[in-house]
Design a protein around this ligand. Structure first.
Ligand SMILES: *Cc1c(COP(=O)(O)O)cnc(C)c1O
Length: 468
């Protein structure tokens, strides 16, 4: 007991500690309040440790100072930072889904200050934030009216609670989607006040199933949910948007299609995958379509609702619209993203998501070879090779399609592959990669060429550190 007490006595006092040269210097940068509280927190932690682990030695004054400095620096780091996506998943929900186009990033920076968010500058009176994106959405998708809210879950919630409170909404049992991160169609419907009425079975739903509900229950609208992240295959049947729209018209209720991923160009522009497009669904007779801004559209988090003017107007007037509205930074990014779509070629050239998905196999092979050469010429302690791989689109789009890609496979010589993967996550700019068959894969389809040198430097450094 005594020796324990003695050890505790040798721990420096806060006042003494903060007068050490390193920490005096730190105070000019971090301010004395933060240095004192970091020192106090560390000493408390140290005391606890020494009481628990009786054979632990009291660290030197120098290493105590260093620990305090490390902690100060750790606290300085923002919680949200850049990472390099080397997974090959273009729409990676955990990595922020769609990376924005350069013009969208610029627009966000501009809007961060004062801007004309809800001000009609020309006439000197109040304006509407919806006017910033509605004309573009109508032009690109060929619809009467449009609005944007916080995300697609919000779009669905707003549509259901505006158009069908207390009334039935038949949905096919094959379309009761869970998107992940707690978005479940039945739960959203519950929140909206609409009454979910499941129709059909998991694999088969017929037009007559919807008819039965329309004929027997007060029905607010018909909802079709795109099975974005799964497919029901085999002995299946679903009712087409076209057939549903005829039925909806006959019963004078709107047809809402939740498309999820939101491809807005002509179908032929998405040769890499088979997903329904927004213009196609509208042409098939949907009265309203909703989709995410940060999936195939390649913009910021947003939920876009478009279609019949009368319906959009009703939703705009719902008090809930205010709670679900977009902020100026996202609106700025959305506007800039939509502008690119006025010219499909420009959209494909400048939107990172479309670039990642459209790049040809040949180009990806060359890209992988470029990275391979750079890595081979570095003095990294590892073996490298180029490998043909397949990758999903991600973001709950095209679930059954794997796209071709190439990866640089890394076989470290001084550590295990799992350790390498951890090390890469610990880099100044973390590199998120995947492991397959005992190799670490850097899929080049989602890596920007301008990040190659950073990746090479970081990998070379890891090899050295552990070789020492
Ligand atoms: C992704 C998705 C959603 C949820 O969209 P968020 O923008 O993430 O809220 C809803 N419905 C479908 C069909 C989806 O694919």
């Amino acid at each position: 007991m005594d020796s324990r007490k003695n050890r505790l006595r040798t721990i420096p006092q806060v006042d003494f500690l903060i007068r050490q040269p390193q920490l005096m210097q730190a105070q000019t940068h971090f301010g004395s309040t933060r240095v004192v509280s970091a020192a106090r927190a560390y000493l408390q932690h140290l005391r606890k440790q020494l009481l628990q682990e009786t054979d632990r030695e009291v660290p030197s004054l120098k290493s105590i100072c260093k620990a305090v400095l490390d902690q100060l620096e750790q606290l300085e780091k923002p919680a949200l930072y850049r990472v390099i996506n080397a997974t090959g998943v273009a729409l990676h929900t955990n990595l922020g889904r769609a990376p924005l186009a350069k013009s969208a990033i610029k627009a966000v920076v501009t809007a961060a200050g004062c801007c004309n968010l809800e001000y009609d500058v020309e006439n000197g009176r109040r304006g509407s934030r919806n006017d910033l994106v509605e004309p573009l959405l109508c032009e690109i998708c060929g619809c009467e009216a449009a609005m944007a809210v916080n995300n697609n879950a919000a779009a669905l919630l707003l549509a259901l609670s505006t158009l069908s409170p207390g009334r039935h909404v038949p949905v096919s049992r094959g379309e009761l989607v869970e998107i992940g991160d707690s978005f479940r169609v039945p739960e959203i419907m519950g929140q909206s006040g609409a009454v979910l009425t499941e129709v059909g079975t998991t694999n088969k739903t017929k037009l007559s199933d919807y008819k039965t509900v329309l004929n027997t229950k007060p029905t607010g609208l018909l909802l079709k949910v795109h099975t974005s992240n799964y497919r029901v295959v085999g002995f299946t049947q679903q009712v087409s948007v076209r057939d549903l729209s005829v039925l909806a018209k006959a019963h004078n209720v709107p047809l809402l299609v939740d498309l999820g991923s939101g491809a807005v160009l002509e179908k032929s522009q998405y040769s890499f995958m088979d997903e329904p497009t927004v213009p196609q669904i509208l042409a098939d007779g949907a009265d309203l379509v909703c989709f995410s801004g940060d999936k195939l559209l390649g913009g910021p988090q947003a939920g876009i609702l478009l279609g019949k003017r009368e319906l959009i107007e009703q939703m705009r007037k719902n008090p809930l619209a205010r709670a679900l509205r977009m902020d100026k930074l996202s609106l700025a990014a959305l506007e800039a993203t939509l502008r690119l779509y006025r010219d499909p070629e420009q959209a494909k050239r400048e939107l990172p998501v479309l670039q990642m998905l459209c790049t040809s196999k040949q180009e990806l092979r060359e890209k992988a070879n470029t990275l391979l050469l750079l890595l081979k010429h570095s003095d990294a302690h590892a073996q490298f090779s180029v490998l043909a791989v397949s990758r999903p689109v991600g973001g709950g789009a095209a679930p059954c399609q794997e796209l071709d890609s190439f990866a640089v496979a890394v076989m470290p010589q001084t550590m295990s592959v799992t350790e390498l993967e951890q090390h890469l996550r610990g880099c100044v700019v973390p590199i998120i990669a995947r492991i397959s068959e005992g190799r670490l894969l850097l899929d080049v389809s989602t890596i920007e060429t301008c990040d190659f040198s950073l990746i090479v430097d970081q990998i070379a450094k890891i090899g050295k550190e552990s070789a020492q």
